[in-house]
Write a protein that binds this ligand. Structure first.
Ligand SMILES: [Fe+2]
Length: 145
C-alpha cells in the first residue's frame, strides 16, 4: 500500500471521518486504489453513517439493512479502480465494473449491487442495460459520481 493510500484510509481527517468497514478497506489496499478514491469513499461512508444514525433515531420502526447501506456507501465507486478516468470526468463504466469486481472478490450480490445501482433512482428494478440504452442521468447531461 502506498503512503498516500495509507493516509487516506487511516488518518482521522478534518473533519474527523469514520474508518471504512474493514472488508472494504482491505479490498482497497489489495487493489491499490487511488488515494483520491479512498478519500471519497470515506467521506461518503461517513455521511451515510450519519444518515443511518439519524434514520434509526427518528424512525425506529424503519426496516433497512444498516450493514448493507454502509457497505454500499463505502464501496459504491470501487469500479473507478478499473476505470480511473472516471475519477475526473463523468462516466458510468465504473458502475458495472465495480459490481463485477466485488463479485469476483467474493462479495455477495446483496452488497455488490450498490456499485452498479448507486447512480440510479430506480435501483430496485435495475438490471444490466442493453448496450446503447441511455441512462436517465445521461439524458439530463448530469456529471456522474
Ligand atoms: Fe459512481
Amino acid at each position: 500500500m502506498t503512503p498516500a493510500l495509507q493516509r487516506a484510509l487511516t488518518l482521522p481527517g478534518d473533519p474527523v471521518l469514520r474508518p471504512l468497514p474493514r472488508q472494504v478497506a482491505v479490498l482497497l489496499a489489495e487493489l491499490y486504489a487511488p488515494p483520491r478514491l479512498a478519500a471519497h469513499l470515506r467521506a461518503v461512508h461517513d455521511v451515510a453513517h450519519q444518515l443511518v444514525d439519524w434514520a434509526e433515531r427518528h424512525y425506529p420502526q424503519l426496516d433497512f439493512d444498516r450493514h448493507a447501506v454502509l457497505f454500499g456507501a463505502a464501496s459504491h465507486d470501487i469500479g473507478k479502480i478499473l476505470r480511473p478516468e472516471e475519477l475526473s470526468r463523468p462516466g458510468s463504466a465504473h458502475e458495472m465494473a465495480g459490481h463485477d469486481l466485488l463479485i469476483a472478490r467474493g462479495v455477495t450480490e446483496g452488497l455488490a449491487r450498490f456499485a452498479r445501482s448507486h447512480a440510479s433512482w430506480n435501483a430496485r428494478h435495475q438490471h444490466r442495460r442493453p448496450a446503447g440504452e441511455p441512462r436517465r442521468q445521461d439524458l439530463e447531461g448530469q456529471a456522474r459520481h
